[in-house]
Design a protein around this ligand. Structure first.
Ligand code: BGC
Length: 756
């Protein structure tokens, strides 16, 4: 070998091994020292995918500017670029054309699956199956990662108490304890054990913070909540995500107590990066830095940039404010170089951890993309969790499961044969018409005669910015007649009603939560001619089901269950899977009850057990009950479970110790079934008022008919802690009540005392 080549190789090798031995922090520091101010600010700039990158270079306008920014190292991240070819083409511009060749990080809203669609997150939460939820996130990550994605804007961990808000479908519902466990499970699923694996991606908990408390459920609306609710209800799932090692956080659109969250330094700098020691980066929500002007908080774009950076936002999603305004702000001394360096370090760190510097094309593998997309492993996992997500709301006279032979079944409803709505709202990468419909699912059971009518038709629509989509027709009842005559001639009717895929989700707030359009009328007309009926609901949020709950003998809550929807529903209807899901959100009786949640405070006038106090001057409505129609944690099975009374291992708990609470549960029905046993605690008086009950544990057991098991929960001081009147996360000595039951309405309780 030529000695020159030998020495060059040797020095490369030495350099490489030195670099390999450097810690991520050292690598970040070394790189930062080579960067110009402009390049640093570039890392804080994120653009939406704007061009078919595999096509010609754009030659004008905004696209041209973005392209030039990419080539000049002035972009740190892209969102919505997907597919190996596209991602590779964009990455190539950043890596090969820019001076330092810093790789981009590619973000995407992987909310419930990529090409293969999993149930919406609210539905998955109804499974209370953390392992299945983690697997769902892990397999979604795998399918997206091989298509070039290395960062998801999920999990959405916003606690919400208002079903009018369309984004309830994206979250884990109303409970901070369940929400925290689900948040951690999803983070572990997306990020795995090794972030640099080509199958794992960085996660982003969103929307920081309190976006789910938008006034009157109207999306993007103002939020006004106190520190008590903020720390005890809103923040715990974010804390759980941080403790699970999440790499990024997205802030939110809303104003919180007078300060837009995007510029809120208490939230982002004091709590998240300060007290919680979060060392990843914060990305703004789409254009939320620009929106500081619309909020009436910043006077112009420049001041918006200043406020967002001072507030703690590290990356600007699609406002183009950081890239244009941070440099002048720095020159004027309004922001500091340290603040910029800190943001850039955080961003580069995640890129190093993802392995992007070693191989910017790590996530671009055409062969894996082909093999893994829609693989059997992923499809089976969606079916598994779809079945677990279904909640049986009512089953009078054991009308379910359906008999497998010699039945005439009439399948009716606009959503019965729909192959698009079950895919739900967040499914940018999935193709329309790819879900298994209920019709297709039922057709697999050959022993019965199945006929089908829509009753209310679907129409195809092209909403702005979205691909072709169906909606439920609201002007045409011509399908009624066919459906009614079909119902007259069958043994049992299965109605499939609810919301079409995009009826819930971002920007889809509703003031009415009934079955949209003519569906309620159709339901009642069909019921008049055949009341032997099962109602299957597809929806992205709690609906008001008073009439159905009173009249229809069986109701199955089937949400938007994704690609395998129809198979999951059919298997549950036929009893091949005994439903075990429990509601993660209260179902109201009336919109007027909202916000509605089980873990509310007592008030000074709670009435007799909150219901029917028999006088006027207590906290209630004159025209409706206080209670939900279906409570948090509620869900039936094809069998029945009997609970014994609670036993406590001690009526006293010493500081730093624990006690055990247990119950015996017996399957008193005829078939094997699963039960999600729920532990609730109450701190009946404290330095601040506390909820009447809070979920603090759950266990899933499976029992054969006649079988009994004892289920025990360890209760320690950690479970008793809350953000108290003195801004401390602490357990206050005193009496606590323990409830164990089948849902949040459980009344049987025992007490113990936490000693000083
Ligand atoms: C949503 C975010 C989402 C972002 C990027 C915004 O409108 O609020 O949740 O991640 O768009 O698609």
């Amino acid at each position: 070998m030529d000695h020159k080549i030998f020495f060059t190789l040797l020095s490369l090798l030495i350099n490489f091994s030195i670099n390999a031995q450097q810690t991520v922090d050292e690598k970040v520091k070394a790189l930062l020292s080579k960067m110009t101010i402009q390049e640093k600010i570039g890392q804080m700039n994120q653009y939406n995918g704007f061009w078919n990158f595999t096509g010609p270079t754009p030659d004008g306008g905004d696209q041209k500017v973005k392209y030039n920014h990419l080539a000049n190292g002035l972009v740190g991240s892209m969102l919505n670029v997907r597919g190996v070819e596209e991602v590779k083409a964009v990455q190539k511009i950043a890596v090969e054309e820019s001076r330092l060749g810093i790789p981009l990080i590619f973000g995407f809203d992987l909310i419930h699956g990529y090409k293969t669609v999993f149930p919406i997150p609210l539905a998955e939460t109804a499974s209370w199956d953390l392992e299945a939820i983690q697997r769902s996130a892990a397999l979604s990550a795998k399918e997206a990662a091989v298509a070039g994605i290395n960062w998801t804007f999920a999990p959405m961990v916003d606690i919400t108490r208002d079903a009018r808000w369309g984004r309830v479908m994206e979250g884990a519902g109303e409970d901070p304890y369940l929400g925290s466990l689900v948040a951690a499970a999803r983070v572990h699923g997306f990020q795995g054990k090794d972030l640099a694996s080509p199958y794992t991606i960085a996660a982003s908990a969103k929307h920081f913070a309190a976006y789910g408390f938008a006034e009157s459920g109207r999306d993007y609306n103002t939020v006004d909540i106190g520190l008590n609710t903020l720390h005890n209800v809103v923040l715990p799932p974010f804390k759980a995500a941080v403790d699970a090692g999440i790499k990024t956080i997205m802030n939110s659109f809303n104003d919180l107590n007078g300060i837009p969250a995007t510029a809120d330094s208490y939230l982002q700098r004091d709590v998240l990066k300060g007290v919680w020691n979060f060392d990843g980066f914060i990305v703004s929500d789409w254009g939320s830095i620009r929106e500081l002007v619309d909020h009436g908080y910043a006077k112009d774009r420049k001041q918006a940039g200043e406020m967002a950076l001072l507030g703690g936002s590290d990356m600007d999603m699609e406002s183009s404010i950081y890239i244009n305004e941070l440099e002048p702000l720095l020159r004027e001394g309004k922001i500091s170089l340290d603040q910029i360096d800190d943001a850039v370090k955080r961003i580069l760190k995640v890129k190093f951890e993802l392995g992007l510097f070693e191989n910017p094309y790590l996530y671009c593998d055409k062969v894996s993309e082909k093999q893994i997309t829609g693989s059997e492993e992923i499809v089976q996992a969606t079916l598994d969790i779809a079945k677990k997500s279904i909640v049986l709301l009512k089953n009078e006279n054991n009308i379910l499961p359906l008999k497998k032979q010699a039945q005439k079944i009439g399948l009716i409803g606009p959503l019965a044969s729909d192959k698009t709505s079950p895919l739900g709202n967040w499914r940018i990468a999935a193709d329309n018409n790819t879900a298994i419909s209920v019709l297709e699912g039922l057709q697999k059971f050959k022993g019965n005669e199945l006929s089908h009518a829509q009753g209310v038709k679907l129409i195809n629509k092209l909403p702005e910015g979205f691909h072709e989509e169906v909606e439920i027709n609201t002007t045409d009842k011509t399908g009624f007649e066919e459906a009614i005559s079909l119902a007259k001639n069958v043994d049992i009717v299965v109605m499939v009603l609810g919301e079409y895929g995009f009826q819930s989700g971002e920007g889809r707030s509703r003031t009415k939560l009934n079955l949209p359009g003519f569906q309620q009328e159709l339901l009642e007309k069909i019921y008049e001619v055949n009341s032997n009926m099962v109602l299957v609901l597809m929806n992205g949020r709690p609906l008001i089901l008073n009439w159905a709950s009173e009249n229809v003998p069986a109701i199955l809550e089937a949400w938007h269950l994704g690609t395998q929807s129809g198979n999951a529903i059919a298997q549950v209807l036929y009893g091949e899977y005994n439903p075990s899901g429990k509601l993660p959100m209260s179902f109201p009786r009336s919109v007027g009850q909202l916000p509605l949640y089980y873990n509310h405070k007592s008030t000074g006038r709670p009435g007799a057990d909150g219901e029917d106090a028999g006088s006027v001057f207590w906290s209630h409505y004159g025209d409706e009950k206080n209670s939900p129609l279906y409570a948090f944690g509620y869900g039936l099975s094809y069998t029945k479970f009997e609970y014994s009374t609670i036993k406590l291992s001690s009526s006293e708990m010493k500081k730093n110790s624990s006690i055990t609470a247990s119950v015996k549960i017996k399957n008193i029905g005829k078939v094997k079934g699963k039960e999600i046993v729920q532990l609730y605690l109450q701190d009946p008086y404290a330095s601040t008022t506390r909820p009447i009950k809070e979920l603090k544990g759950f266990k899933t057991i499976e029992l054969n008919a006649g079988e009994a098991k004892t289920v025990s929960f360890k209760i320690d001081e950690d479970l008793l802690k809350f953000y108290n009147a003195h801004q401390k996360w602490i357990a206050e000595p005193g009496i606590f009540n323990v409830f164990i039951g089948t849902n949040s309405l459980v009344k049987d309780k025992k007490s113990f005392e936490l000693l000083r």
